[in-house]
Design a protein around this ligand. Structure first.
Ligand SMILES: CCC[C@@H](CC(=O)O)C(=O)C(=O)O
Ligand SMILES: [Zn+2]
Length: 337
């Protein structure tokens, strides 16, 4: 995939800036925000790259690193540090559960710290190869300065609200501000929320897989701190442990400033800030999924939700995670297979 799938005169990035994976990927469809195809795809819970919207236009020219440092405010921000380029999310509430204390040792690669924006920006500017990488991931809240509030109020709220209403989404839960170093990777995972992912600065490559790829992406068990995250290391897949990963089929795109990527809930996504592309800035719009009506045949994401509930129930009653596998095997092998 080259950057010339839009206009070839401006060379904005090239494929040498993308990390190499052994994956079968097709392009995510791109449509102008006024094209009816956008709502057609959202309605079908399909990803779509929405171009030309004014969703975050109020931030596009203004939200430079300098402007954000000056206006984000003095309180501590959530920053993740990582010894490598991967920022694999972990749920801290699941690190100390009794099930986990039954010998499931877990030490995350990345760690969460509270950092002043000025300290973050300093580390970003002075970063040297070999040092810990950093990634600011902060829900926008009342601690931001007045000019950020003004820019935020000028987001095209009628646009996002029309999507929420038309597609029966639940409430907006958060707008998370992401300031990433070039080359940072958020490894493959799914969220249980609808996501309008608005790019403000720099380029991010997004690889998505539909919920029906669950068995090829081997998520950690639900009780694990890496719940919802794929166990497969895309850079060095362990095909012995994860043989079906060879079958995975996904879609990808590179989002540019002004683009909005619709990431449907339960869709897997891997996101990387292009190598040698400089820092990137994104704001996402996470919406609760709408009310689910069970219509048959069930949709693939509904089956993922059912599997999650079965895991939770079994863990609740068995208490020991090591008993879940044997019980499911005796229930299924030779009887349902
Ligand atoms: C912690 C969330 C990170 C983000 C991806 C990225 O920009 O690195 C994402 O996965 C999402 O918006 O759902
Ligand atoms: Zn996500």
């Amino acid at each position: 995939m080259t950057s010339c799938d839009k206009d070839c005169d401006k060379k904005r990035w090239d494929s040498s800036q993308l990390r190499k994976y052994d994956l079968g990927l097709e392009p995510i469809p791109r449509y102008h925000y006024q094209d009816p195809k956008v709502d057609e795809l959202i309605k079908k819970n399909q990803p779509v790259l929405i171009t030309g919207s004014k969703l975050v236009e109020s931030a596009l020219q203004k939200w430079s690193l300098e402007y954000l440092e000056k206006n984000l405010g003095k309180s501590g921000y959530t920053v993740y540090l990582s010894r490598n380029h991967k920022f694999k999310y972990f749920d801290e509430k699941k690190m100390l559960t009794k099930t986990n204390q039954k010998g499931v040792e877990f030490t995350p690669i990345s760690k969460r710290v509270d950092m002043k924006v000025s300290d973050f920006m300093k580390r970003l500017k002075e970063w040297k190869r070999g040092e810990e990488r950093i990634y600011l991931q902060q829900p926008l809240n009342s601690t931001v300065g007045p000019s950020i509030v003004e820019d935020y109020m000028k987001f095209d709220w009628p646009f996002v609200t029309s999507k929420k209403t038309k597609h029966n989404w639940g409430e907006l839960t958060s707008n998370v501000l992401f300031i990433s170093m070039e080359g940072n990777v958020t490894p493959c995972h799914y969220d249980e929320q609808q996501n309008l992912f608005a790019q403000i600065h720099g380029y991010k490559r997004c690889i998505l897989f539909s919920p029906d790829q669950f068995e090829y992406l081997y998520p950690h068990p639900v009780y694990h701190p890496h719940d919802r995250q794929s166990m497969v290391d895309f850079e060095r897949p362990d095909y012995a442990r994860f043989p079906k990963f060879r079958n995975v089929r996904g879609v990808e795109t590179v989002i540019e400033p002004g683009d909005v990527l619709y990431i449907p809930k339960y869709w897997w996504h891997h996101v990387e800030s292009l190598m040698r592309g400089g820092p990137t800035i994104t704001v996402n719009f996470w919406y609760k999924g709408g009310p689910t009506t069970l219509e048959y045949p069930l949709m693939d994401h509904q089956k993922v939700s059912i599997m999650r509930n079965v895991e939770k129930m079994l863990l609740e009653v068995l208490q020991d995670p090591k008993e879940v596998g044997p019980l499911l095997r005796s229930m299924v092998i030779g009887r349902y297979t």
